[in-house]
Design a protein around this ligand. Sequence first.
Ligand SMILES: [Zn+2]
Length: 100
Amino acid sequence: MSGGWAGSNRRAELPPDWYTVIRPSVLARDEYRCRQRSEGRVCGRPANQVDHIGDRANHRYENLQALCADCHALKSSQQGNAARWANRARRPPERHPGLH
Ligand SMILES: [Zn+2]
């Protein structure tokens, strides 16, 4: 702890017990099977990854799911694309109605 961590640690915001408690608990809860659903079907392959379903800063169990490596990689790349498009599409003209 050198005190120089402010602002430089943005990509790893996992809690200290992520690898020791949270991650194994989610994998066990999901029986080490990938919970990725696409078109109504669950992937179901052996999972060794834990993914945030929604908000990446929300580490509650209901926001976490087990994923296989393939689905995790796929989801990550889709999120990248989605974020890129969202930045373009989601820019309503009156985002701050009170600030005119
Ligand atoms: Zn999968």
